[in-house]
Design a protein. Sequence first.
Length: 187
Amino acid sequence: MRALRGRYTLLTGCLEDDLALECVETAVQEGLGQADVAVMASPPKEPSELLLNGRSSILKSGEMQQLAPHLPPRMTTGHPWSLLYCTARNGFSLKTLYRSMTSLSCPVLLVIRDTNGQVFKWTGSNTFFMKGDADLLVIGGGSGKFGLWLDGDLYRGGSCPCETFNNETLSHQEEFFIQDLEVWALP
C-alpha cells in the first residue's frame, strides 16, 4: 500500500528588492563591538521576520516569510541565520562547502535556485535524509532514486520522485545545471 502523497507548498516568486536587513558582518567590519552588534540584531517584530548575518542572492523577504512557517519557531525568532557558503562568494565546489561546515554543530538550510520554489515535507516512510562524499551529495531516496543530488563541482544536479519526501521532480527536467546555491546556519 502506498503512502498518501506528501503536501508541498509553492513559494511564489517575489520580485522585491533584496532583503533590507542589517548585516552583522558589515557592522563588525565597521569597528562596532559585539554589544553594538547585539543592539543592531534586535528581536524580530513578528515570528515570521527572519534576521540574517549575510545577504542572500536567492531568498527575497517575501520568500523567507513563506518559508518561516515550515521551520521550528526557535529557528525563526531572535537569532540571526549565518551565511556559511554561497556559490557567488565561495565558488562551485562540494569540498569547499563541506570545509565551511566542518566545525558546525547546528542545523543548516540548503537553498538552491529553482524556478518552481517548492518545499517538501518528510513522509516518515524512511530516513534516507542525506548522504555525501567528495564527489556527490544526495538528499532523500527510495526505490533506487534520489530526491535531490548534486555533483562534486556543484555544477550539475538532478531530482526524482522519492519515498523520503514523496515529492515530484523538483525541476522542469530530472537533470539541471546549478545557478546559485547557499547554506545557512540556523540557531
